[in-house]
Design a protein around this ligand. Structure first.
Ligand SMILES: Nc1nc(=O)c2c([nH]1)NC[C@@H]1CN(c3ccc(C(=O)N[C@@H](CCC(=O)O)C(=O)O)cc3)C=[N+]21
Length: 287
């Protein structure tokens, strides 16, 4: 039996169609949602990601506010750029493209984002609001995973979910999302300190791997018929010397799992669709 592949690209496209209609409705109220991006330096990977975000915006009619600073920008120059976006009514949400150059204080930068304009949903205030069940922009990758599973009718209520990885952008907030009443899952948060990882993953109906360890989850670690989500995105250099991205899930897992969210083509496109969703939601509230 080979697993059903849950196509994040196709689902993200559906979400963009829905967002296009919501942006049209906002236009009738004289509101154009605006996404800001702050890119410091000329790293080609970051430039590619930022370009992708602005292409996504153009596809649904969200206005782009691009802010670029030189690689040697000072903390004060960055603070000023963020203060301007915080004050700009045309900006409903923005992100500071990570990683920042090493000489800059990332935590200070991220904490100076107005929480209501935090399109990543990773500001401490918003993660605190998530813990407390208050309204807040939600972290894009965790929200994209939950949205993809929901739209593909993967049962979460009462399900045993093993999350592998306790990072701040995925694993840790994902457990908070899945244990909300609206999802009602039982979550085991596994990490490098977990003894017998396979015992937890084999007991799960859904396994979500966000560890950044290529091939970590193997077929023998999966309960036959379970749903597996590959969030890993590690750059490896192949024998041909070319760089490519690989996930945390061994390809043989598709022989035993019931449904698989692959990498690429799964969580990445959903992450980008959730970024757009956060901006449109903020614009709808602002109006
Ligand atoms: N403040 C901030 N927020 C971010 O969300 C953020 C960031 N900084 N820095 C960089 C990472 C990286 N990231 C990706 C998003 C989507 C794909 C994606 O869609 N990947 C495709 C493959 C590549 C492609 O098709 O473009 C996929 O998984 O199918 C990849 C990487 C967001 N990031």
């Amino acid at each position: 039996m080979t697993a059903t592949i849950l196509d994040g690209k196709a689902t993200a496209a559906e979400i963009k169609d829905e967002l296009r209609a919501r942006v049209k409705a906002l236009a009738e109220r004289g509101i154009t949602p605006g996404l800001g991006t702050v890119l410091v330096g000329e790293d080609p990977g970051s430039q590619a990601y930022v370009n992708g975000k602005h292409r996504d915006c153009a596809e649904v009619g969200i206005a782009s506010l691009r802010v670029t600073l030189p690689a040697d920008a000072t903390q004060e120059q960055l603070d000023t750029a963020l203060a301007e976006l915080n004050a700009d009514p045309a900006c409903h949400g923005y992100i500071v493209q990570l990683p920042l150059p090493g000489h800059l204080d990332t935590q200070r930068a991220l904490e100076s984002i107005d929480p209501d304009k935090d399109a990543d949903g990773l500001h401490p205030v918003n993660l605190g609001r998530l813990v407390l069940g208050y309204d807040a922009p939600l972290p894009c990758t965790p929200r994209g995973i939950v949205e993809l599973l929901r739209r593909h009718d993967v049962p979460l209520s009462g399900a045993n979910v093993a999350v592998v990885g306790r990072g701040n952008t995925v694993g840790r907030p994902l457990g908070l999302l899945l244990t909300r009443r609206s999802e009602n899952a039982t979550v085991t948060l596994c990490h490098t300190g977990t003894l017998d990882l396979a015992a937890h993953t084999r007991a799960a109906d859904v396994v979500i791997v966000a560890a950044g360890v290529p091939g970590l989850l193997t077929a023998d670690m999966v309960n036959p018929g379970a749903t597996v989500v590959d969030v890993g995105i590690t750059r490896v250099i192949g024998e041909d010397g070319k760089g490519r991205y690989t996930g945390d899930v061994d390809p043989e897992v598709t022989e035993v799992a019931g449904k698989v969210v692959p990498m690429p083509g799964g969580v990445g496109p959903m992450t980008r669709a959730m970024l757009l969703t956060n901006v449109v939601e903020r614009a709808e509230r602002a109006g």
